[in-house]
Design a protein around this ligand. Sequence first.
Ligand code: FES
Length: 91
Amino acid sequence: MSSNGSFPVIATRINGTIYCYVNACPHQYLPLNYRSDSIISSDGHRFLCSAHGAAFDIKTGDCLTGDCDKLDAISVVEDLAGNLCIKHREP
Ligand code: FES
């Protein structure tokens, strides 16, 4: 998270469902697009970290290669204008 409270996210839509995560690879907390903006596998099922090659299931965020944690999921909703909004978490 930056000093102004913002953080980078990655989001994609598969069959109408939006999957959103903090854009920080759990290996070294670099953004998945650190070395390349090509971060979706050719089959469309995995996010690929461009730094060292970790792969993550787009639908779950689970790490599929190597020994790293899963991506941090963000719950989002889409408003009528198509904007993604982070869901408010009840205390
Ligand atoms: S920072 Fe992503 S695999 Fe190393």
